[in-house]
Design a protein around this ligand. Sequence first.
Ligand code: MSP
Length: 513
Amino acid sequence: MNKNFYITTPIYYPSGKPHMGHAYSSIIADIFARFKRIEGFNVLFLTGTDEHGQKIQKEALKNHKDPKQFCDEISETFRSLTKTLNLTNNDFIRTTESRHFKSVNEIWNRLIKSGDIYLDKYSGWYSVSDEAYYDEDEIEEKNGKKISKVSGSPVEWVEEESYFFKLSECQKKLLDHYKNNKDFILPISRRNEVISFVEKGLKDLSISRTSFSWGIPVPGNKKHVIYVWLDALTNYLSAINFPDTNDEKYKSFWPADVHIIGKDILRFHAIYWPAFLIAAKLPLPKRIYGHGWILSDAKKMSKSLGNILDPIKIIKEYGIDQLRYYLTKEVSLGNDGSISMENLKNCINNDLANNYGNLCQRVFSFIKKNCNNKIPKKNKLNESDIKLIENIKNNLPKLIDYINNQNLNEYIKMVVNFSFEANKYFNDSEPWALKTKNPERMNDILYTISEQIKNISILLNPIIPVSTKKVLNTINLSDNDISIDNIKKDNIFDYNLELKNLDILFKKIENDN
Ligand code: MSP
């Protein structure tokens, strides 16, 4: 079995400060990366910044900066966000790096060699903020301005010499690929969207620009720079040492297992990217997962509405695990989801503090008070103890399947339910009434509930890594012990060691009013 796993986030435009939408894509990808690691996979998790194109050049100019200097500064804020979000990315790629130039050049040359590129003239609509071409029927007029119906972004008329990629010839190959690989595009709703778009027919795609210079020059014709999306998509290969297809990294990690993206960039990933790869005679990634949008108080975040949520501010106020948990639990991954500070507070209080936090805290303080602060050995577990423990183990294949299908909401729902059940078991078993009456039974209850805490903490670890590590450290488990295999095993506690102190895991948030 191939034990390598390659997952990517979109690479972000360093055109402004990172916002919650960027944080969302990254956190989601990190959760999958972490899960696959504890499942025993060798994971490569890539993120980075997409630094070329007209949008960045314009923004740099507006700020009176040279584009490279501008990118250096903003890219750094994205790099530092990876730390704030507690991401476990193994690499951070910038499209201004030489490794990336090499790989984009090779892709271009392969497309030339396969006869898929020709020189002509482009005239049509272009949106600088989306870095996308739009057809006439995708344009509408609003307040006297032409905008894209697809994204709502302003468009401008462009006429310039351009190289074209023969996308029109890819229709059948793409449709066949979608048909033969049912989960190439997920969720299903997005797959259907792409299929109906491709079924309508594809036009050749302009893949170079001449009206500005901030990009990778077309090999052999320096008047042109390569279209920023052809440039950007190739980052997924640059990071694994393409064009050296004999390189270990390339051989281990290509094709990528999943590109996590937002639904706004589905067309580029699910149509253009596989078409380029087919033409370049390279294998296609196994999956494109397009998540929904994060809405701020039910509206799309935008500078003009002033409702942009700053992840750094929220993390400072509430904590990174709290934010990661909230986004996983309360936003349906495949759909748009509204978030608000009110809901975040409720989620921290009701779910994290009252459920998982409370479970760990009350059990450990009980053990401290009544068992010399040591997890007791089991005597003879009864049916209800075994049922509780087995429930998690029996559901492991289902949980792994949820993750493998990016069904994060079902995953967390099930794990949260384990935590509810564990709390209920503890209440119903009343170990406090057994201390003198039946200490052996009390020990079995404490053994069982500690086993549950261990297993629930391992399962929650990819989502709330900081808090679960604290809990697992309390029972003397180290980072290396955090593995799905250790859910399958009993008796991994060291019964002789004293439990370490566990500080409050999740402070309850008081309401302002
Ligand atoms: N540079 C391109 C991606 C190239 S990938 C080869 C790009 N960059 S971006 O910075 O504009 O946005 C990157 C991603 O951020 C989006 O695809 C999406 O995943 C995420 N989001 C940005 N705003 C978002 C929300 N409001 N909600 C959720 N995610 C959204 O596109």
